[in-house]
Design a protein around this ligand. Structure first.
Ligand code: ATP
Ligand code: MG
Length: 141
């Protein structure tokens, strides 16, 4: 089984009907929940996590949004977990998600390109890095 890091972002955690819908997606797709916790970021955590986007026009917005309230993070296990979770999230851009993938999480619940409800690791390397970032006490070795 492969592991991935999934996050319910502050926009969805602020509205239990949204975070419960995401949690339901996790269960109905038979992911194993290896770890789960609620946490809140300071702006510095957000900057550190999204340093690859520093300089992009949406960076400041993204950093503020991600430290604007509680999130829920998961380590999920499934065959092909990284791609499966990203497929369930749908496209980053809310317009594209609504038009071409309305059944996905972002297509049905995403508010804007920034406030798009969920995060998922995009490679084995980022999954390792992100699992350690959110769950420093969790070790896969
Ligand atoms: P994530 O990394 O959150 O799973 P992603 O891999 O689909 O999303 P990235 O390109 O890594 O997308 O962007 C990280 C986050 O930055 C996005 O989820 C979104 O919140 C924000 N973002 C990305 N592109 C834009 C944009 N064009 N306008 C506004 N916000 C954006
Ligand atoms: Mg990404």
């Amino acid at each position: 089984l492969q592991l991935t890091l999934a996050v319910i972002k502050p926009d969805a955690v602020a509205h239990p009907i949204m975070s419960e819908a995401v949690h339901e997606k996790i269960l109905s797709n038979n992911f194993l929940i290896i770890r789960s916790k609620e946490l809140e970021w300071k702006a510095t955590d957000s900057q550190r996590f999204y340093c690859e986007h520093k300089g992009r026009f949406f960076y400041q917005r993204l950093v503020e949004f991600m430290s604007s309230g509680p999130m829920r993070a998961y380590i999920l296990a499934h065959e092909n977990a990284i791609q499966l979770w990203r497929d369930l999230m749908g496209p980053t851009k809310v317009f594209r998600a609504r038009i071409t993938a309305s059944e996905t999480i972002r297509g049905s619940l995403g508010l804007t390109d920034t406030r798009n409800t969920t995060h998922g690791s995009d490679s084995v390397e980022s999954a390792c890095r992100e699992m350690a970032f959110f769950f420093p006490e969790f070790s896969t070795s």
